[in-house]
Design a protein around this ligand. Structure first.
Ligand code: SF4
Length: 480
C-alpha cells in the first residue's frame, strides 16, 4: 500500500496499521494518485485524507486547526474515521497509539480532572471507546499505591539472561535458543561477564544516596541456565548491591520446561516473586508456537513452586496464538484462575515480521478481530469476578486487533517493577546483554537511556567499550 504524505509519517503509519496490521507500506511525497491501495494524508491549506482499498474508498477533510500543534492528531482522527468507513472496523483504542496510555490518565488526574472529564477529553482527542478508557482508569487506580510509595532516591536493578530452551515462533526478541550448540557454549562466558558487570556496577553505585528498591531478573528465560550459574549471578547481585531495602525481587523463570527443584531453591534464597509462563494451556497451541513443553509441565512447575513456598507467582498468557479459539483461550484463563496465582498477565499476540510465525502469514491466518476481542473481554470479566484488578498496561505496535497487554493482580500483589518501568518514573540500572539503563531527572522529567550490546557474543567481546558509558551513570544519578 502506498501512503502519500507530506508530514511526519510515524503517527499516520501507526493509525493505518490499526486497520492493516500485516500490510507493507511505501511512503511517497509526490503528487497524490487516487488509486486502489493508496492512502493520502496531507496538510496543505486544509487537512485532507483519502483512502482506497478493495474497490472501496473514503475521503475526509477539515480546516487547519488554530493551534498548529493539533494538526497531526486532527489528521489522525480524519484518517481513523475514513478507515473505519472503508473497513467497517472501529478499533476500540481510537487513534491513541502510544505504548503507555495509563500515563495520560495519571497526568490528567494530577490536573484534578474527574472520571467524566478525563473520558470526555480523551474521547474528543483520540476517539477512545468508553471500555478502553475504563480499563486505563482502573489500571491507574490499581497502581496508585505503588506510585504513592515510590522513593525518587531509589532504583530498580534489572539483570538480563537472554537464553531460552527453544525459540517460540512468535518471538522477535534477541534471545538465543540453547538448542544451538554455539549459543550453549556462550553461556559460561556470558555468566562470567555478567558477574563482572554486576560487581563493577555495584561498586560504582556505592556511597550514593540511592537504594535498590526492586530487582528483576528477566530474559529470555533466566532458568535456561543451570542452578549453579543462577546461584553465582544471584549471589553476586546480593554481594555487590545493598539489597536490604528491596521491596520486590522477581525472577521471570518463564518456561516451565526449565524449572527444577534445585533452580527454585536458588531463587527462593533471594527472590520474593516468580513468573511461570504457560502462554496457553492447550498442548496443540503450544506445539503450534514451537514450545517444547506441555500444559502438564506448567502445572507441575506451578505446584512445585507453591510447595517450595513461593507465595507471589505470576503467570503469562497470550490471546490470539495460532490455532487457539475463543473457547480454548477461555479454558486457559479459567485454568489459571483455578490455580489462584497472585498475578495473571494477559498479552495479545503482536505481529513482528522478524518472528518466524509471521513470515508468509496473512491477516486471515490469524484470529479475527472480534474473536480476539471476545478473548480479551472474557479474560477481563473472569479475572474481575475472581478478585483480580488491572495494575499495569502497555500497548505495542502491530498488536493484532490493536489490543493491549494487561497485568492483573490480587489486591496487594501489584508488581512494582512492572509499574515503575511502564510509568517511567524510576531509575533502572541494568546489567546483561540487551539491557538498558534509564536515569530520570525528576526536576525536568528527562530520561537518559543507555544501552548494552544486544547480542551475547557482542556483550562478551566488546564488554570494555560497552561499559564506558556506565562510568557516567553515577554522575547522572547524583546530579539529578
Ligand atoms: S520464552 Fe520468551 S524470550 Fe524465549 S523464545 Fe519464547 S517468547 Fe522469546
Amino acid at each position: 500500500m502506498i501512503i502519500y504524505i507530506n508530514g511526519s509519517k510515524y503517527e499516520i503509519e501507526a493509525v493505518v496499521k490499526l486497520f492493516f496490521p500485516l500490510e507493507r507500506f511505501e511512503f511517497k511525497e509526490d503528487a497524490p494518485v487516487r488509486t486502489d491501495g493508496c492512502i493520502i494524508a496531507r496538510t496543505d491549506e486544509t487537512l485532507f485524507v483519502y483512502a482506497a482499498a478493495g474497490g472501496r474508498k473514503a475521503e475526509r477533510s477539515a480546516p487547519l486547526p488554530e493551534d498548529p500543534s493539533e494538526n497531526e492528531i486532527t489528521l489522525c482522527r480524519l484518517l481513523f474515521t475514513a478507515l473505519t468507513e472503508l473497513t467497517g472496523v472501529t478499533p476500540a483504542w481510537g487513534c491513541l497509539t502510544g505504548i503507555r496510555p495509563v500515563k495520560k490518565i495519571n497526568t490528567l488526574m494530577s490536573r484534578g480532572m474527574d472520571y467524566e472529564q478525563m473520558y470526555s477529553y480523551l474521547h474528543r482527542k483520540y476517539l477512545i471507546s468508553r471500555s478502553k478508557f475504563d480499563l486505563i482508569f482502573r489500571t491507574a487506580q490499581g497502581q496508585r499505591h505503588a506510585l504513592d510509595t515510590y522513593d525518587p532516591h531509589s532504583f530498580s536493578l534489572y539483570i538480563g539472561i537472554p537464553f531460552c530452551p527453544s525459540r517460540c515462533s512468535y518471538c522477535s526478541f534477541v534471545s538465543h535458543s540453547i538448542t544451538s550448540k554455539g549459543a550453549k557454549q556462550l553461556i559460561p562466558q556470558y555468566v562470567d561477564m555478567l558477574i563482572r558487570e554486576l560487581r563493577e556496577t555495584g561498586e560504582m553505585l556505592r556511597g550514593t544516596p540511592f537504594h535498590c528498591d526492586t530487582v528483576y531478573i528477566g530474559g529470555g528465560t533466566p532458568t535456561a541456565i543451570d542452578a549453579h550459574q543462577l546461584s553465582r549471578i544471584m549471589g553476586t547481585a546480593a554481594d555487590s548491591f545493598d539489597l536490604s531495602a528491596v521491596r520486590e525481587y522477581t525472577v521471570e523463570a518463564g518456561r516451565p520446561d526449565t524449572i527444577t527443584e534445585d533452580k527454585l531453591s536458588v531463587i527462593k534464597e533471594h527472590a520474593t516473586r516468580i513468573s511461570i509462563n504457560p502462554q496457553t494451556l492447550s498442548d496443540s497451541v503450544l506445539r503450534n508456537i514451537g514450545r517444547i513443553h506441555s500444559a502438564r509441565q506448567f502445572y507441575d512447575a506451578f505446584d512445585l513452586a507453591r510447595k517450595m513456598g513461593f507465595d507471589s507467582v505470576n503467570t503469562d498468557t497470550i490471546a490470539g496464538l495460532p490455532g487457539d479459539t475463543a473457547e480454548g483461550f477461555r479454558a486457559t484463563i479459567d485454568g489459571l484462575i483455578a490455580l489462584s496465582p497472585e498475578n495473571i498477565t494477559v498479552h495479545t499476540l503482536t505481529v513482528k515480521r522478524s518472528a518466524t510465525l509471521f513470515q508468509g502469514t496473512a491477516r486471515g491466518d490469524l484470529a479475527a478481530d472480534d474473536t480476539l476481542m471476545r478473548m480479551v473481554d472474557y479474560a477481563g470479566e473472569a479475572l474481575a469476578d475472581a478478585g483480580y484488578s488491572p495494575y499495569y498496561l502497555y500497548r505495542q505496535k502491530n498488536t493484532i486487533g490493536n489490543l493491549e497487554n494487561v497485568g492483573f493482580s490480587k489486591p496487594g500483589h501489584e508488581g512494582l517493577y512492572n509499574i515503575y518501568i511502564m510509568e517511567e518514573i524510576q531509575n533502572i540500572i541494568s546489567c546483561g546483554a540487551g539491557a538498558s539503563t534509564k536515569i530520570i531527572d525528576h526536576s525536568t522529567g528527562k530520561i537518559t537511556r543507555s544501552f548494552n550490546y544486544k547480542y551475547p557474543y557482542e556483550y562478551i567481546s566488546r564488554y570494555d567499550r560497552m561499559t564506558e558509558y556506565k562510568k557516567t551513570v553515577r554522575q547522572m544519578l547524583t546530579e539529578n
